[in-house]
Each structure stands twice: as structure tokens, then as C-alpha cells.
Design a protein around this ligand. Structure first.
Ligand code: AMP
Length: 403
């Protein structure tokens, strides 16, 4: 059974076609700069395998419909296509960032789901309109193929009110649904299951701190396999220090910037989401560039790294307090999987709490799931590669089997 996973944004469509018998990726790619003077398409066949093949195109792409036609053309191309016809695509899974508290499970797309997602636009103004464009076009072009929405927020719907409420006037929660939702849920869900498997336990008996460190970063306190707290909030801005997002910051910065700099709400939103984090501190948002700069003695890059490690340690410590017993801290995503220095900084000085890395295991250039903790300590430290697309495809299959 082939599942097409779609992550549709306001001006892009990212996709993967996964053969669920072997869980192998037949092709993946991205259609970008939709609606601009010149668009771009990158299409990889058998990505990551020895047979990997890449097609790059540059052409104007008027809208999401035109973008999806290009994707279908590439997937079913007579010579380099990975399937003979669209009939070989048996299901479509859509990644949705904001499901609010309306959705507490992945579900089959119908008109009601589209209506609810439309109502959720005020809570997900950056992502949900693009997702809806992708769903509309996919339903139009694949009318007979069942489609499923998989939400970043669903995994965190198990948080108790004490964790998801802001101490703001209660009416704001009632009227506007202002609360913490949390994001990266498919990643935290995926690594939770993989970590349980690695530890030889069932999912409902593991207590974990899952640490997703990528361009966007978040941490999750997992109790008995369920999210009980997470660092991101109403939007993905809250919590850890990220590539371009500031994470936790005092809301009083908003009126101060308005008064002192004459910035509008939109400009401050842009500043905190796109000009802050590592980029705001040292001008670079890629961790590899930051390491290079630190090696050359760049003091701001060193400060950014220090702040990042400190914030991560603070949250690991607080989630230890939330959970009591912790089986493992689990690192994942671009930085979490590949950067031993970032992992070391995130765990430094936590030996008295039962967390200590084994230097050699942490530094070893391995790629798969692995334990990098020092022997004899109560908390395992794992590196587990995340796979959000596979999790979306798995959930798509399981929702369709249950329906
Ligand atoms: P993601 O959002 O999960 O794709 O992660 C993207 C981030 O991972 C990039 O901004 C890089 O900073 C970081 N990254 C990727 N590879 C490495 C690496 N080998 N070492 C350090 N950081 C890396």
C-alpha cells in the first residue's frame, strides 16, 4: 500500500510517497515558491538509497493545484516515475500543525474536518491556510483516495489543565481558546514509541523526556507514553531557544518595543519568530555555522551556544521534577541526532540527577537508535532518529483500518 504524505504550506508542498509494506520511501520532494515569479521543484527518487536520483526544475507555479499536477507528473512519469498511475496511491496523509483542542486523534478528511480547520485559522494563521489549500487540491485531484489529517498538536492533548493553561484571565481561554497546545507531536509520538521499543518496555510504561532539537526545538515530558507537558505553547514560539525563535520571553517586551521602537504587533511577531533565537544573538541560525564561529573565537556564537545549553538543562531539570521517575532522555531531529556538543551542553552538570553522557558513546559518529549514557546511572540517554513522515503514514494507515 503506497501512502502519499503531504505537508502543504502557504507557498510550498512537501511530499513523500511511502511503500508501507517495507516502509521505504519511493520518492520525496518539495514544490516551493508557489505563486512567485519563479518556482522551484526538487524531486528525489529512492532518497537515501544507493540508487538515489534527483530531478530539479525551475518554472513558474501559479497555485497549489499547478504544484500538485507537477508532483503527480513526476511520480507517474513514464521513464523515471516510481508508480505507473495515480491508482497506485492508496491513501493520502496530511500534516496539520494546529488542531486546537477540537482534534484529539488523527481522522479521515471530510467536509466537517475542513470546516473545523478553517475555524482554527486564528490559532494557526501561519500554517493552517496552506494546509487547507493542500487538502482542497488533493481532494479535487484524488476524489476516490481516502485522506487523513495528522496533527502536530494531538500528542499533547493529554496534558492536564495545570500544564496547558496560561495564568491569564480565564475568559480568554473560554472566548478565544488561548492555552498551550504544543507542537512537534508526531515527532515526540514517534520517538516515544521507538524509545519504548529500544528499552524493551511497552509504551504505556515509559517515562521519558523527549528532546526535539532542530531548526524549531521543543521538549516533552512523557508519562506512561503520554505527553503531560511540553515547551511550545499557543504557537511554536514558546520554550527552547531555536534557530530564529526566541522561546520563553517576558510578554512585557511587546509593549516596550512598541513604545520605544514604534514597532507594530506584526513587526514584533516577525522579530520574535524570524529574527531571534540563534540568529538574533549571533547572526547565524544553523548550528554547524555556530560551531565553526565558536572555533574561530566568536564570542556571540559562544554566548548563543551557552544560552541554548542552559535553557535545555533547565527544562530537563524541570521535567525530572514533573515526572519523578525517568527512564530516558531522548534526543532527536537535526541537532539532537547529529550534534554531540549540543547533547553534552544539554546534559552538563546533571549527574546528581542521574543523567550523564558517556563521552565516547556520545562522540561516536553512529546514525541509528543508540544509548549514549554512562553506565550505571538510572537515566538512559538515547539518540533516536525521528521520522515524522513515516509516523504520518503509519497513522494514516491505522485510521483507515479502524474506519
Ligand atoms: P531539522 O529542523 O530537524 O531539519 O534540523 C535542522 C538543524 O539541524 C540545522 O539548522 C542544523 O543546525 C542542524 N544540524 C544538521 N546536521 C547537523 C550536524 N551534523 N551537526 C550539527 N547540527 C546539525
Amino acid at each position: 500500500m503506497n501512502v502519499l504524505v503531504i505537508n502543504s504550506g502557504s507557498s510550498s508542498i512537501k511530499y513523500q510517497l511511502i511503500d508501507m509494506r517495507s516502509e521505504s520511501v519511493l520518492c520525496s520532494g518539495a514544490v516551493e515558491r508557489i505563486g512567485e515569479a519563479m518556482g522551484s521543484v526538487t524531486h528525489k527518487i529512492a532518497p537515501g538509497s544507493p540508487n538515489e536520483d534527483k530531478i530539479s526544475l525551475a518554472e513558474p507555479i501559479a497555485d497549489h493545484e499547478a504544484g500538485m499536477h507537477i508532483v503527480i507528473g513526476l511520480i507517474t512519469d513514464a521513464t523515471r516515475g516510481v508508480v505507473k498511475s495515480m491508482d497506485e496511491i492508496k491513501a493520502i496523509g496530511h500534516r496539520i500543525v494546529q488542531g486546537g483542542d477540537v482534534f484529539n486523534a488523527s481522522c479521515v478528511v471530510d467536509d466537517r474536518v475542513v470546516d473545523e480547520l478553517t475555524k482554527l485559522i486564528p490559532l494557526g494563521p501561519v500554517h493552517n491556510p496552506g494546509h487547507l489549500a493542500g487538502i482542497r487540491v488533493a481532494r479535487q485531484l484524488f476524489p476516490k483516495v481516502p485522506q487523513v489529517t495528522v496533527f502536530d498538536t494531538v500528542f499533547h492533548q493529554t496534558m492536564p489543565a495545570r500544564a496547558y493553561m496560561y495564568a491569564l484571565p480565564y475568559e480568554l481561554y473560554e472566548e478565544l481558546k488561548v492555552r498551550r497546545y504544543g507542537f512537534h507531536g508526531t515527532s515526540h509520538a514517534y520517538v516515544t514509541k521507538e524509545a519504548a521499543r529500544f528499552l524493551g518496555k511497552s509504551v504505556d510504561e515509559v517515562n521519558l523526556i523527549t528532546v526535539h532539537l532542530g531548526n524549531g526545538s521543543s521538549m516533552c515530558a512523557v508519562q506512561g507514553g503520554k505527553s503531560v507537558d511540553t515547551t511550545m505553547g499557543l504557537t511554536p514560539l514558546e520554550g527552547l531557544i531555536m534557530g530564529t525563535r526566541c522561546g520563553d520571553a517576558d510578554l512585557a517586551i511587546y509593549p516596550l518595543l512598541g513604545a520605544a521602537k514604534g514597532l507594530s504587533i506584526e513587526e514584533i511577531n516577525d522579530l520574535t519568530n524570524k529574527q531571534s533565537g540563534f540568529k538574533g544573538i549571533c547572526g547565524m541560525n544553523d548550528m554547524r555555522d555556530i560551531h565553526e564561529a565558536v572555533a574561530k573565537g566568536d564570542a556571540r556564537a559562544k554566548l548563543a551556544l551557552d544560552m541554548f545549553g542552559y535553557r535545555n538543562r533547565k527544562y530537563i531539570g524541570s521535567y525530572l521534577a514533573v515526572l519523578g521517575r525517568v527512564d530516558a532522555v531522548v534526543f532527536t531531529a537535526g541537532i539532537g541526532e547529529n550534534d554531540p556538543v549540543a547533547r553534552e551542553l544539554s546534559c552538563r552538570g546533571l549527574t546528581h540527577l542521574g543523567i550523564k553522557l558517556d563521552h565516547d558513546r556520545n562522540m561516536a559518529p553512529e546514525r541509528g537508535a543508540r544509548d549514549i549514557a554512562a553506565s550505571g546511572l538510572p537515566v538512559r540517554v538515547l539518540v533516536i532518529p525521528t521520522n515524522e513522515e513515516l509516523e504520518i503514514a503509519r497513522q494514516t494507515v491505522s485510521v483507515l483500518q479502524a474506519s
